[in-house]
Design a protein around this ligand. Structure first.
Ligand code: UD1
Length: 417
């Protein structure tokens, strides 16, 4: 089992290049199922979740070819086995993203139900409801979603809840349905815009992505594309928060400030000085951070995927902060671990009260989920002495070469087996 050892107390100083976005790359890989032609994706991050998704596509019959670092060529001309088995879906919930493309392209899919996961229940009822509205017949048996459709038909779908992968699944399915589909109460995340751009370049007719009403005019077939995945806004936000917590100065290349409004405004409130242009962000922090209250909510509000990192920041900030998590019911697992570093946090329902202290103390902690791991890294970077983080496979699901990137800006961090 691998661990990260961090010697705290070094301000982050220097340049980091941001990788392609995991949450954009995953649906884009699934979009390759929608066409007989080859799809080339550039700027794909090297992550465990990407490897898992590629294995899933391969076992369905697709061929995948790593052209060079970060460029992957996919061909789903033949789909022989439209199944996403339990073993894969349980490690990566985003596997549900093959459902819409499979039903739309070949009229059949067997996808394991994702079930519970560490951060909450995460049902997929909205994905199913939307596909049923488009005419798919869906039964749940033996823990699998079994979907069939001779042809999907455009429909008006009102989502009961704002769901990111739900919106993506239905948007992909609708590209090949006959007639028009309108998705209302759609999620507005930048990754949805990225997916829509790529699908449109493949010949789809999608308008409104990035707003809460997306309209898709179905077409007969989609064609191949070469497409560059957008930069990862959560990786960007994580490094900015780490630089703020350690009173450092970083230049993030290949970073898009316009996808991070809510996070940047909270970092400014904490005392960071930030400037940016179209492709990079510069942040400098010259003092102890001020505590910041926040509440997670669907984009463009503060992202749940940045909540844990801000918990670490608030633990050493001046003042007391309230963090309310409204998206996932069990996303405070990092609190117990942060407390091992002496953080002063109390949780009441879906709100955490964080009383900032001058300094955390290094300790042995355990990563419990992807973003929780990132908060422990930030805490380790600011803590006195050494912090050891166990179970870092969670981190490898979503952060490309995190210890290499952090070392390059002065962090004392290494991976040990
Ligand atoms: C995506 C992101 C994840 C992020 C999350 C919220 C990907 C691959 N993952 O996950 O990193 O944390 O958005 O920003 O993009 N829900 C239902 N029924 C459904 C679908 C969702 O009740 O059919 C609920 C979920 O339980 C959750 C909320 O809706 O409480 C939002 O979940 P959703 O947006 O679907 O998250 P994901 O798309 O899985």
């Amino acid at each position: 089992m691998q661990k990260l050892l961090i010697q705290g107390g070094c301000p982050l100083k220097g340049e980091i290049t941001i990788s392609g976005a995991k949450n954009a790359a995953l649906p884009l890989l699934c979009a390759s199922l929608l066409t007989m032609d080859t799809v080339e994706l550039r700027n794909v991050p090297e992550l465990m979740d990407i490897t898992t998704m590629l294995s899933l596509l391969q076992q369905m019959g697709a061929t995948t070819n790593l052209r060079n670092h970060a460029t992957i060529e996919l061909s789903a001309r033949y789909i022989s086995n439209p199944t996403a088995p339990y073993e894969m879906v349980k490690t990566m919930r985003a596997a549900i993203l093959v459902l819409g493309p499979l039903v739309a392209r070949i009229g059949e899919a067997h996808i394991s139900l994702p079930g519970g996961c560490a951060i909450g229940l995460r049902p997929v009822d909205q994905h199913i409801k939307g596909l049923q509205a488009m005419g798919a017949e869906i039964v749940i048996e033996h823990g699998y979603i079994r979907a069939q459709a001779s042809k999907l038909t455009g429909a008006r779908i009102l989502m009961d809840i704002v769901t990111v992968t739900g919106t993506e699944n239905l948007m992909m399915a609708a590209t090949l349905a006959s007639g028009q589909t309108i998705i209302e109460n759609a999620a507005r995340e930048p990754e949805i815009i990225d997916l829509a751009h790529c699908l449109n370049q493949m010949g789809a007719k999608i308008t409104g992505a990035g707003t809460d009403i997306i309209s898709i005019e179905g077409v007969k077939a989609l064609h191949g594309v070469s497409y560059e995945v957008m930069p990862d806004r959560i990786e960007t936000g994580t490094f900015l928060t780490a630089a703020t917590a350690t009173a450092g100065e970083v230049y993030l290349r290949n970073a898009r400030a316009e996808t991070l409004d809510a996070v940047l405004s909270k970092l400014l409130e904490a005392g960071a000085i930030i400037d940016f242009d179209h492709n990079q962000i510069h942040l400098v922090m010259k003092k102890r951070p001020q505590s910041v209250n926040l509440r997670t909510a669907p984009y463009p509000a503060f992202p749940t995927d940045m909540q844990a990192q801000f918990m670490a920041l608030n633990s050493i900030a001046e003042g007391t902060a309230l963090i309310t998590e409204t998206i996932f019911e069990n996303r405070f697992m990092h609190v117990q671990e942060l407390k091992r570093l002496n953080a002063d946090i109390t949780v009441e329902g879906n709100t955490a009260v964080i009383r900032g202290i001058q300094q955390l103390d290094g300790a042995n902690v355990m990563a419990t989920d992807l973003r929780a791991s990132a908060s422990l890294v930030i805490a380790g970077l600011v803590a006195r002495d050494e912090t050891t983080i166990d179970r870092i496979y969670h981190l490898d699901r979503g952060y490309e070469s995190i210890e290499r990137k952090l070392s390059s800006v002065g962090a004392q961090i290494k991976r040990v087996t």
